[in-house]
Each structure stands twice: as C-alpha cells, then as structure tokens.
Design a protein around this ligand. Structure first.
Ligand code: KG4
Ligand code: ZN
Length: 340
C-alpha cells in the first residue's frame, strides 16, 4: 500500500464520540473515545438528541487532543473522514458537519465513510492485505454475514430481519433489570451460570437460511419472566438465565457462520462489532476454527466496539484509490454495505 499523509477520522454514529489519527498502512497515531453510555443508561437506551448534544460538546476538544497526541498538526493532514451512516441522524450530523468544516478550512479532501465498512475491516487494521473471507458483523445496530473478497467488495449473505445481536443482549438485559448497555453485563454474569438450565428459541434455523431474527427470543424471555419473576432475583438463578440467553444468541451466530463458510467454501472468518467482545462467541469461534482448520481474525478488543481508528483504516482504501466525497454529500442514516 503506498503511503499517504496522516488522516483524521471522526465517528459519531451512536453514543460514542471517537477521533483517530492514522497513517497508512494502518499505524494508529492516536485514537480517543468519549463515551456517553452513562448518560444514556438513565434512559435505558440511547436518546438521539442527547447523543447529538454530547457529540457537539465533545468533538472539537477531542479532535484537538487526538492531533496533539499524534504529534500531527492540522497542516500535515492528508484528508478528513467521518462516519456518514448508518446511525442516528442527529448524531451523524455532528461528526460529519465538523469534519466537512475542518476539511474545507484546510482545503483537503473529505470522505464520507460507511460505519459498517469500518467494522468489517477492523480485524485487519495494520495488515496490508485483506483476504477473501467471511465476515460476521455483530454490533448493537447490525448483524450480518458478508463475503469480503477484498476491501470494497462486499456481498451480504445474511442479515437480521429485526433486532441485532447486541440489541438482543441489551433488550433482554433490560428485562432482567440489568443496566444499559447490557451485553457486557450478561456476558460477565453468564460466566458463572449454567447455560443448559433454560431453553430459549432460535429462529430461522431451517436449512440454508443465513438470515437472523432475535425479536422472538426477547419476547420469550419476557413471557418467561412474567411466569417466573423470582428467577431474575437470586444471583445463581440470574446467572443461569444470563448463561441460557447468551447460549441462544451465540448458538445461532455460530451455527449460521458455519453454514455460510461451508456454502461459500471459504477458509478464513473474521468477526467484528461490539458483540465480538463476547467471551462465549470468541471461545466458540476459536474452537470452531480449530476443529475445521479455518483461520480466525478477531479485532483487538478496543477496535471491536465503536472507534474512529477503524473508520480511518477503511477510509485509507478509498483515499488510496483516489476517491473523495463532495462537501455537499448528505449523511445517510440508513446506508447499507454490500449487495444482496
Ligand atoms: O459496535 P458497537 O460498539 O456499536 C454499534 O455500532 O452498535 O456495539 C455495541 C453493542 C451493544 O449492544 C453492547 O451490548 C454489545 O455491543 N456488547 C456486547 C459485549 N460487549 C459489548 N454484547 C455481548 N457481550 C459483550 N461482551
Ligand atoms: Zn458500530
């Protein structure tokens, strides 16, 4: 990969304001995150207007600090990139507008990047080659299986028809009375529990189906708790419930990954997105790849959840191909990645 002046990336699609400075082929000079999770926890989920206001307060000081930590002056930057979708419109607007203003002021290229592309390539940050592989993207807003032939060539093989895997964790955690974001809490409690104590439904398991559906699981947990309210109270019972819920979600993810790998005749698999931090999923994928002889690519934990280094890395591939976006380009809250 030829070299390029350092780039500044801004990520503000949800409740994290993130800024990174990266030099090709993937050297992170700085990567900072200002999380608002605690503020949204009061509401049990992300409130778009609250997120927007917090991005507005955080983005400029964070960008200045990121440049300072990277030892890069604005005049040395080669381009500025921002997540332009998918995500919450009022949140995306802040990062994208800030980045455009910055690029306009410096007279350097601006690039609007797809957040999902950032996640997809995150397991390869720092590598010069992206192999032909299957990508399991599992985050709070998205769950999809994509064939990635190389950077820029994405074919979606399956995706969720309703809730994302992270959303399934977060919504069931809420039903259990656990704090937002609940994925990590369920994961931690599940480590002490018995995953075989309760059986929760797995949807769309018929042969050849690569799509996902997690809303039935959430409903089934709700009915279960209405019938057995005491089982979410005692720590041992709660741990068993968390382990059984995690087993249902992770079980579907693993099974569909195997199907997609076999159908596509691929030998390398990558996982990305916040749920890639899940311990049962990581263990399951590791065991699977050992038994099948597949190569597993996992992002570093700090690159699995939302961050701007992954946005900068994915942007590099576009910038090196000579692409840039017009300053008139609008944010795309529903922007998908790949064909189907
Ligand atoms: O990628 P991400 O930071 O944001 C989105 O783009 O959505 O993912 C956040 C999601 C949340 O749903 C969170 O609960 C989930 O990732 N998550 C986990 C774990 N850590 C984060 N889910 C299960 N187990 C974890 N250890
Ligand atoms: Zn994300």
């Amino acid at each position: 990969m030829p070299s390029l002046a350092p780039i500044l990336a801004i990520e503000s699609s949800c409740d994290e304001t993130a800024v990174a400075v990266l030099r090709s082929p993937g050297i992170i000079l700085s990567s900072l995150i200002a999380s608002q999770a605690e503020e949204h926890a009061r509401f049990g989920g992300v409130v778009p207007e609250v997120a927007s206001r917090n991005h507005l307060l955080a983005v400029d000081p964070l960008a200045r600090r990121a440049l300072e930590e990277a030892g890069v002056s604005p005049a040395e930057l080669g381009a500025i990139v921002a997540t332009s979708g998918p995500g919450l419109a009022p949140a995306l607007l802040v990062g994208a507008s800030y980045a455009k203003g910055f690029a306009l002021g410096l007279g350097i290229p601006y690039l609007a990047l797809n957040h999902l592309e950032g996640h997809l390539l995150s397991p390869f940050l720092g590598s010069e080659e992206i192999p032909d592989h299957l990508a399991l993207l599992v985050s709070g807003g998205h769950t999809q299986l994509t064939r990635v032939r190389c950077a820029g060539d994405y074919t979606v093989l399956g995706r969720t028809l309703d809730d994302a895997a992270g959303e399934a964790f977060d919504k069931t955690a809420k039903l259990l009375g656990l704090p937002y974001p609940g994925g990590i809490v369920i994961d931690r409690l599940a480590e002490q529990g018995n995953p075989d104590r309760h059986e929760f439904p797995k949807a769309l398991m018929e042969k050849g189906n690569l799509d996902f559906s997690f809303s039935g699981l959430k409903t089934s947990v709700r009915y279960f708790l209405e019938k057995n309210p005491s089982l979410a109270k005692e720590p041992g019972d709660l741990a068993d419930l968390c382990a059984s819920i995690r087993k249902a979600i992770v079980g579907v993810l693993l099974e569909k990954t195997v199907r997609a790998m076999e159908l596509s005749e691929l030998y390398e698999v990558a996982v990305s997105g916040g749920v890639a931090a899940n311990s049962a999923l990581r263990r399951g994928l590791q065991d699977l790849c050992t038994s099948k002889g597949w190569k597993l690519h996992l992002p570093a934990p700090e690159l699995a959840t939302d961050n701007a280094a992954m946005i900068a890395f994915a942007a590099l591939h576009h910038l090196l191909a000579g692409e840039q976006s017009s300053l008139n380009v609008e944010i795309s809250p529903q922007w998908q990645v790949g064909n189907r």
